[in-house]
Design a protein around this ligand. Structure first.
Ligand SMILES: C[S@@+](CC[C@H](N)C(=O)[O-])C[C@H]1O[C@@H](n2cnc3c(N)ncnc32)[C@H](O)[C@@H]1O
Length: 201
């Protein structure tokens, strides 16, 4: 258990521990009351909780059943602090959404590390960090789904790393007809992480 702002957050050995990337994303995103937010890959639910504390109505999801269980407990433990709502759904990427469901903000702290087969440890940790050979394995389907599930003028947020080819990422973003801004960066040892804000052109 740890505290973030006034939230009490339980963690779980099979669920991603919030780290620099999580906190950078939380700080970068401006969320207004009554905003509709979708967070993919919620982990222990901390980003969804911060958004709901600010009054947003949040749908959050994860493919990891332990993440779903942990997020539900964290909602229960912090329910008195939430001005908005949180709906937790188990499943992959945009598959948890109904057709036509749209959001002002869609957030994903994805598995973004370029990973080779021999580097994999197996289990839920890999699912949380393994971004495939180029680091974009899940960033691509995220970018693809935005045009279907963002409201007009909606914004998408995700993270990438200096260990992945940022020029290639720019091209992928343009190919999906999106416009992007790198709104924050942070050095972590030899690595730099970047927060991208994207919108539909
Ligand atoms: C880097 S962790 C981020 C967790 C949390 N949002 C945070 O920032 O601390 C990535 C999360 O994405 C989830 N994930 C991986 N693949 C997914 C998929 N296809 N659909 C939904 N969630 C996925 C993982 O289980 C993990 O919880």
């Amino acid at each position: 258990m740890f505290h973030y702002q006034d939230l009490s957050i339980m963690i779980h050995p099979e669920v991603y521990d919030p780290a620099e990337d999580t906190f950078l994303l939380v700080e970068a995103i401006e969320v207004k009351p009554k905003t509709d937010v979708f967070e993919i890959g919620t982990g222990c639910g901390i980003i969804a909780l911060v958004c709901a504390k600010k009054g947003a109505n949040v749908v959050c999801s994860d493919i990891n059943p332990y993440a779903i269980e942990t997020t539900k407990k964290n909602i229960e433990n912090n329910i008195h602090l939430l001005k908005g709502s949180i709906d937790v759904r188990k499943g992959s990427m945009f598959k948890v959404l109904n057709k036509g469901e749209k959001f002002d903000i869609i957030i994903f702290n994805p598995p973004y590390l370029p990973t080779y087969a021999e580097e994999k440890l197996g289990g839920w940790f890999d699912i949380a960090v393994d971004g495939g050979r180029d680091g974009f394995k899940l960033i691509k389907p995220f970018l693809k789904g935005l045009s279907r599930h963002l409201k007009k003028n909606g914004l998408g947020y995700f993270i990438s790393t200096s260990f992945a080819d940022q020029k290639k990422l720019q091209k992928i973003i343009i190919d999906f007809d999106l416009r992007s801004n790198r709104i924050m960066r942070q050095s972590i040892g030899e690595e730099e992480i970047y927060i991208y804000e994207v919108k539909i052109k």
